[in-house]
Design a protein around this ligand. Sequence first.
Ligand code: NAD
Length: 346
Amino acid sequence: MIAPFIHDAPSQRIVFAPGAVGQVAEEATRLGMARALVIATPGSGATLGARVRDLLGARAAGLHAQAVIHVPRGVAAAGLQAAQGANADGLVVVGGGSAIGLAKAIAHQTALPILALPTTYSGSEATPIFGLSEGDEKLVQRDPRVLPRTVIYDPDLTLGLPAAVSAASGMNAIAHCVEAFWVPDRTPVTMALAAEALRLLVPGLPRAVADGNDKDARNACLAASWLAGAALAAGTGLHHKLAHVLGGFGLPHAEAHALILPHVARFNLAAATDAAARLAATFGAADAVTALETMLQTFPIPQRLRDLGFERGKIEAAAIQVAALEINAPRRVSEDEVRMLLMAAF
Ligand code: NAD
């Protein structure tokens, strides 16, 4: 039986095609941008950013390649200053969730429209959610104005994504789908998005990790990352809340998501038999948790919290923060249970 639901998902213009980065000037014009500030991360992100700036030509007001994971407040302030200094009328962001997060933080202050070109599988471009970090805490906010108006998905931009980043970020997308199956506000649409994303990711992600130049796999994973991000419209539960708290302690977002997923799944699926059956069917396995564990183990990414540099002494503080969120679905989670879960992941 379908439980009562309200489906309230924002709409976006999505352009998906290999080589679609070539349409960035046209899409910026469509959004009325005449002076777009390009946002990216430093390093290889800056190279991508410079390419997008050049493609925008006269519509580019500059390149700000200073994005940092979890958007520390100072980084957000510098981004705002860059947008105001350039007299920007729009933000064109190219990169992963870190770059998109900075663009969102600027849009939150300025209401500037965002055109996004995602190059990882974070799915951030499909949500009106953004985070700012300060000390050991990460503040997550929701603002419809930060949702990118247009998203250009160009799978060719992901060919250079290193195997470890592909794997961690792909597991982040899988986590969006797994959680979509058990959050209380799930709808038939978010369930369908998650199921289709998993149908593409389960075979596609191992192939993209094994061979970054596998165009079919890259294509499937990028499309899936959009669907997985859109499935987040149903809200998040224990998995994402735990990952956000760990992010506040400075852990890399996607890697933390990846390694805690089997542990949270073991805990939650025990109380969500429908979700467990759906997941097992998607993986073609008898047990969804074992399938998730096996997938994680084949990837070249950290497998335990300790491998990420998380100190055992911080488990207590993290457990207190998560338990204070009073998560009740699909089952209530106590401080003790969060502690045990983190110990297992440690
Ligand atoms: P990321 O953006 O930090 O990217 C990881 C690394 O990959 C970076 O060094 C980046 O420069 C590099 N990179 C990105 N694209 C590349 C490419 N095509 N080729 C080569 N290198 C490339 O990592 P992420 O996992 O995408 O994003 C993490 C951030 O996104 C976190 O701050 C997290 O909180 C946020 N996030 C937000 C949401 C949301 O809904 N708001 C969802 C998921 C993640």
